[in-house]
Design a protein around this ligand. Structure first.
Ligand code: HEC
Ligand code: HEC
Ligand code: HEC
Length: 196
């Protein structure tokens, strides 16, 4: 038994085995880096405006609507692109969101949402998913750019100040609205028809 262990130990610490393990580790390491880099590049690429609108149901509908809004063009020249509002920054939620998005894209490619008409028919459902997600995260993506702390209420329109200063101070409006999306639906796209 002792001899067996000794032989095993001897075999295991042979220079050639150590060398082999080193090479394996190295290959594994390089492979890991290449995979990680590629994965990251792919994730970044799918975050661009061009990628989002490479699907024409997006290009002909939500994109046209978004282009007329202040998030596309404004005095300060700061643009919010699709992924700023729709893809979380954190890794966990980001990956989950990507998987959900590919499910939607898959749905389109396989024919469920392959025309603007079908897109319109699905819009209410898609919008409600987005609202739910934003409510669940307390409008996290909006808050990556906006915050009540950074708002100069003096400089805002009267209506804005009246509605938002109380939320900033007390955490919610008299009607219970507390997060951006509660009050700001339809800021980037046409709202779905009510009875669809
Ligand atoms: C990438 C940064 C960014 C993100 C993310 C973002 N915004 Fe904005 N938002 C801006 C900028 C920039 C403006 C224009 C500011 C200006 O020049 O007045 C703006 C303007 C607005 C306005 C004023 C609209 C108007 O007509 O004047 C509202 C309301 C608003 N954002 C709400 C939201 C909400 C709600 C979300 C989340 C769903 C969100 N924003 C996400 C950057 C962002
Ligand atoms: C209780 C409802 C409510 C909540 C919650 C709320 N807003 Fe507003 N906000 C308003 C109203 C109402 C206006 C005025 C819009 C109008 O008159 O069309 C406004 C205006 C704005 C404006 C334009 C300000 C100006 O006058 O220049 C921005 C930007 C904005 N909201 C961003 C946000 C963001 C970001 C959040 C979340 C952190 C948020 N709001 C939460 C109701 C709300
Ligand atoms: C400023 C934040 C913001 C930006 C930028 C933005 N969206 Fe949205 N998006 C929303 C919100 C909020 C909703 C939920 C529905 C609503 O309130 O209009 C939504 C809903 C959607 C929906 C569901 C269908 C619908 O109309 O409700 C799709 C698809 C979509 N967005 C795609 C895009 C694409 C593609 C882009 C870029 C061309 C984009 N969005 C840019 C905030 C944004």
């Amino acid at each position: 038994m002792i001899r067996l262990i000794r032989r095993l130990w001897h075999w295991f610490t042979r220079p050639s085995v150590l060398f082999g393990q080193g090479v394996l580790l190295l290959i594994g390491g390089i492979g890991g880096i290449i995979f990680w880099g590629g994965f990251h590049t792919a994730m970044e690429a799918t975050n661009t405006l061009e990628f989002c609108i490479s699907y024409h149901e997006m290009r002909d509908t939500v994109y046209q609507e978004y282009k007329t809004t202040v998030h596309y063009k404004n005095a300060s020249g700061v643009r919010a692109v699709c992924s700023d509002c729709h893809v979380p920054h954190e890794w966990g939620p980001k990956v989950v969101r990507k998987i959900k998005a590919s499910k939607e894209i898959w749905g389109k490619l396989t024919g469920t949402i392959n025309t603007p008409e079908k897109f319109e028919a699905k819009r209410a459902e898609l919008a409600s998913h987005v609202w739910e997600a934003m409510e669940a995260t307390d409008s996290r993506e909006c808050r990556n750019c906006h915050s009540f702390e950074a708002m100069d209420f003096e400089k805002q329109g009267r209506r804005s100040r009246r509605k938002m200063e109380v939320v900033a101070l007390e955490g919610h409006a008299p009607d219970g609205s507390s997060t951006c999306i509660d009050c700001h639906k339809g800021i980037a796209h046409k709202l779905p028809e009510k009875n669809e």
